[in-house]
Design a protein around this ligand. Sequence first.
Ligand code: FMN
Length: 160
Amino acid sequence: MSKALVTFFSAEGTTEKVAKRIAEKAEADIFEIKPEMPYSKADINWKNPLSRCNREKIGRKDVPISEKIENFGEYDVVFIGFPIWYYGAPNIINTFIKEYDWSGKKIALFATSGGSGMGKTAEKVKPLFEGKGEIIAAELFNGAISDDEIKKWVDEAMTN
Ligand SMILES: Cc1cc2nc3c(=O)[nH]c(=O)nc-3n(C[C@H](O)[C@H](O)[C@H](O)COP(=O)(O)O)c2cc1C
């Protein structure tokens, strides 16, 4: 039986809800990817060109994370969840991926968005795993998703 970990970043709570449902179905541990400096409402106002999220995006900045997963080596499958920001994964996800050794891991990406699809999100983060680990799934969970749909996706990811 694979041991699974659900990790997620959520600025406004939507992805967090999905992450908790996935963790329940996967009987997985859960880890919230939290920035050292929490995002305020003003920080994530993408309509303001000078807001933190825009500066991070344009500057391709890393976003320091407040805690580290000490027992990362124990997990076979790692889910990574995030909101779609600017048609892809937020910078903090890039930082998160770069902090760990993904050798032998199966990786399942999931996201929520305001309407955009996953687009090239998986292809864009792939190089950050440095050829270690394998992305086995990438799915958008918007709107009313049933427990059965989540269970089906989780089961597929866990047995892939
Ligand atoms: C900085 C920023 C950029 C965003 N960019 C997009 C985007 O490119 N496409 C989209 O559909 N939604 C975009 N959104 C909306 C979020 O993806 C959506 O509201 C998501 O469900 C929020 O998840 P959360 O509550 O877990 O943070 C953006 C939101 C923010 C704050």
